[in-house]
Design a protein. Sequence first.
Length: 411
Amino acid sequence: MGRRDDFVVGLDIGTRHVRAVVAEADEKGVHITGIGQADGLGLRGGTVVNIESTTRAIQKAIDDAGRMAGCEVGRVYVSVGGQHLEGSNSQGVVAIKDGEVSEDDRDRVLDAARAIKLSSDREFLQMLPQKFRVDDTEGIRDPIGITGVRLEARVHVITGAKASLQNLRRCVIQSELDIAGIGASPLAASSATLYDDEKELGVVLVDIGAGTTDVSIWHDDALVHTAVLPFGGNHVTSDVAFGLRTPRAEAERIKCRSGCATVHLVDEEDIIEVPSVGGRQPTEQSRQFLAEIIEPRVSEILEMVREEVRKSGYQELLASGIVLTGGTANLEGISDMAEEIFGTPVRIGVPENISGLKDMVADPSFSVAVGLVKHGFAAAESAQFEAYRRSQNSPMNWLGERMRRVASIFF
């Protein structure tokens, strides 16, 4: 395999799995050419707890994806998730220099908006502009060329724990990969699964991973709220293991193959075989009993999401409803339960607007990896990219000046 420069690689480092996606750009958009997946048990709640295990999983996923795509991967766009992520809204104000908003004015006001006070253990990760205001005119999406004297910007800023980010980077670098960009998992998943009209009217993306659940609220085509909840699919698996008295690995398999989040959808006559612990003989249990174990935990997670949405203040402004993604979104009956809890339309979000090996990634578990690829292509093509590059000063000295300037703004 040889090196090529016409592809982008997204690397989603999750609590249970590491997924890699290789893609090229074509006339239809993103063309998937390779995927790789490996069990990743080196993270807990989205945070690295075992560098060696995580590095091995990264190497396997990347090797498999590169082999399938027929290329040698050396540069990746990496996701970061976990409870250490924090999102907040900020604003900045500057005087317009020459009476008409220039790119320099826009860059200066974005710099002012992102200049939030951080503790020494936290690091700026990403900033997404929401809206601009010129004098008394609000709701401006692109202020370039507008006449005025005062320019304001509202943005959403995401930060992370410095130690967690450094450990994640170390795993990637020890896998002999260069980091092209780092992006928060909630944003990457949004890019892959949400439609423009949903973000315009208001939508909640709920990414239920293995260790955590990410909540992203979009309204008026802007990201207005992000949160990470400390529960996910692993908690469902633990309940199944305890309730059925079966090893965790078997509990995960049973959950994925036979689980249902809503008891009334299960035929009471359906029977499953359950491996026992300690070499004991397998037992038989009804699928309905399995659903009775799963339903309370899934309900608890979704109720926590509903409370987070309520606290955000956007509960009444979400005409597009709820989109569920992440591996746990594959659980039968979860959308039915979500509709009952939220009282609004719910759909399962999978990567959209892709070609090539799309059937292999048309799954909620690949949303983040595909979103990273989309962000990578968008960053390379965006006219704003260079302006953002010039405005970055995030302290990543040990990665070098280039990574310091690039990593925090690709997404």
